[in-house]
Ligand binder design. Structure first.
Ligand SMILES: [Fe+2]
Ligand SMILES: [Fe+2]
Length: 257
């Protein structure tokens, strides 16, 4: 396999994101950054670009269902939905610091490779920390940080990076875990086939109390058709921010070889 080396570090990633968003109006800056990160991810890792779009849709559906059911309602109603949705693509922003021979490996990662893969969590948090210096809304940054930091934690404490358990895991991370894993299951990845919507839903439901917050799995059970429809709708559409691609390619070619 060609060993693609990436010289990007957190500062270079953030320089590109901020450089492109700096002149956006303050209310648009979060959405502009979300679009850039989505394209950036698609360029770097073809499985991640549409993944972050679909996870936005799943997450929105879950949040709406929880509010309807009155579950975690106080916390959810305190969230600014205009900020939460653009924060979703940042959950995997750290993946753009992971080399492609690991991201695109067509088989199981070795323990050492998985340790490197896991660092996308801390790298993502670092990117968001630096963004904090550049005039983004603080609730956007707070949500983005929680998504990035906690989306691989598991309800039973066996996740990473901190091994948080139950409600110690921020709600953003618990919701994102359901959306993130469902999309990984239903999508083809370099290391696995795409599972059917029925298989994907069954695995999520079986993960209640282990990987996932059982209350969120109850909400998910009411949304299985909706999740399947989202996965289907956003399978083969062209990337949404194509106009930014040329700029990104040019900038990335300067730091990747
Ligand atoms: Fe991740
Ligand atoms: Fe993800």
């Amino acid at each position: 396999m060609r060993n693609v080396q990436c010289r990007l570090n957190g500062y270079e990633i953030i320089a590109i994101i901020i450089g492109n968003c700096y002149f956006a109006d303050m209310p648009d800056r979060q959405n502009t950054a979300a679009g850039l990160v989505t394209n950036f991810a698609e360029f770097w890792d073809h499985t991640t670009g549409w993944h972050v779009i679909r996870t936005q849709k799943y997450l929105q559906a879950l949040v709406e269902q929880l509010i309807k059911d009155g579950v975690y309602a106080d916390e959810l109603l305190s969230w600014n939905m205009d900020m939460i949705i653009p924060a979703v693509p940042f959950h995997d922003v750290g993946k753009i610091s992971i080399c492609q021979n690991i991201l695109k490996k067509p088989g199981k990662l070795t323990a050492a490779e998985f340790d490197i893969m896991k660092t996308h969590v801390q790298k993502g948090v670092e990117v968001i920390r630096i963004m904090g210096r550049y005039g983004y809304f603080s609730d956007f940054l707070d949500h983005a940080r929680a998504f990035a930091a906690a989306h691989h934690e598991k309800w039973d404490g066996s996740g990473y990076p901190s091994g948080l358990k139950g409600q110690e895991i921020p709600l953003e991370g618990r919701i994102m875990a359901v959306a993130d894993v469902y999309d990984a299951l239903i999508s083809e990845r370099p290391y696995k086939r795409a599972f059917s919507s029925e298989e994907s839903a069954r695995i999520i439901i079986e993960g209640a109390n282990k990987h996932f917050d059982p209350v969120l799995v109850d909400a998910f059970k009411k949304l299985t058709n909706k999740f399947a429809a989202i996965a289907n709708d956003y399978k083969a559409k062209p990337p949404p921010y194509q106009d930014m691609n040329a700029i990104l390619r040019q900038q990335l070619s300067a730091v990747c070889a």
